[in-house]
Design a binder for this molecule. Structure first.
Ligand code: SAM
Length: 271
């Protein structure tokens, strides 16, 4: 296994003393040290000349070094030390910003590439959906990736799959062994390809959709009727379709239809 980080990159290791192992853990700093995997991720991004790229958490630059060869790169890193060293190293070849991606106002970009800090996968992913971009190649922990791409009938199909499906089409690309990182995480990773698109349904009210999805999957072994009764006790829902099914068999489109019917009943109730 070859490291893309040799020689001068020792600067990354000379972080000030307050840069504790605890802080590295909090920031999910498992750095990619396998250059073949870095190349594979960048190749899968299919970046065309002059495309605008956002990298989240460039870390020690394993992906960054390859991405700057492909297009106009903006990279947002929360760790001040890493951001300073990367800025020194890359100069004007990329725009490195020291900031928290959960607070940073993301400009319009074509493609997002990231090996995400695992504990923030969900908040970062759902924040990204508020901004404009076309596709993303993101590395997640395997278990998260499986839930993200799951289809109806799968044991791990649930809230994450349905809410993400509202914004993107997802596809698992390849698995990355935990040995490709330093320090090694406990679990293997997966690279996922996401493409923005509109859902194949119309929603009367997004908040009701979210509420229905949460309700149906909080008790996923119960019949849908019994789940919804707990969260919408004043509504008579017995005549609706699929009430005897379990949530995990319904397509997002069917859940959207159900949420639209529930919303129209809520609206009538409050008239
Ligand atoms: N891209 C590098 C690689 O593949 O080796 C580093 C990946 S490491 C899993 C995650 C990176 O995200 C770290 O550099 C960490 O400091 C950074 N990070 C963590 N939380 C962040 C946040 N809220 N905003 C921006 N960067 C963050």
């Amino acid at each position: 296994m070859t490291s893309p980080l040799q020689g001068e990159d020792r600067r990354f290791d000379s972080a000030p003393a307050h840069h504790s192992r605890r802080k590295q853990k909090m920031l999910g700093q498992n750095f990619l040290i396998d250059n073949n995997i870095a190349q594979k991720i960048v190749k899968a991004s299919s970046i065309e000349a002059d495309e605008d790229i956002l990298e989240i958490g460039p870390g020690r630059g394993a992906l960054t070094e390859l991405l700057i060869e492909k297009g106009n790169l903006l990279a947002v890193e929360k760790d001040k030390w890493l951001a300073v060293v990367l800025k020194q190293k890359l100069g004007k070849r990329a725009q490195i910003i020291e900031d928290d991606i959960l607070k940073f106002e993301i400009p319009k970009v074509d493609v997002i590439v990231a090996n995400l800090p695992y504990s923030l996968s969900s908040p970062i992913l759902f924040r990204l959906f508020n901004y404009e971009w076309k596709r993303a190649i993101l590395m997640f922990q395997e278990e998260f990736a499986n839930r993200l791409v799951a289809k109806p009938g799968s044991k791990v199909y649930g809230r994450l799959s349905i809410m993400a499906n509202h914004y993107v089409k997802t596809k698992k690309l390849f698995r990355v062994s935990k040995t490709a990182f330093q320090p090694q995480p406990k679990i293997h990773s997966q690279v996922v390809h996401l493409v923005r698109r509109d859902p194949d349904y119309e929603l009367a009210d997004f908040a009701t959709f979210e509420r229905v999805v949460r309700s149906m999957f909080t008790h996923r072994r119960k019949k849908i009727r019994n789940c919804l009764k707990l969260d919408f006790p004043n509504l008579d829902l017995d005549d609706l379709d699929n009430m005897n099914e379990r949530a995990e068999v319904l397509e997002p489109k069917e859940i959207a239809n159900l949420s639209n019917l529930i919303y129209s009943r809520i609206s009538k109730e409050t008239l």
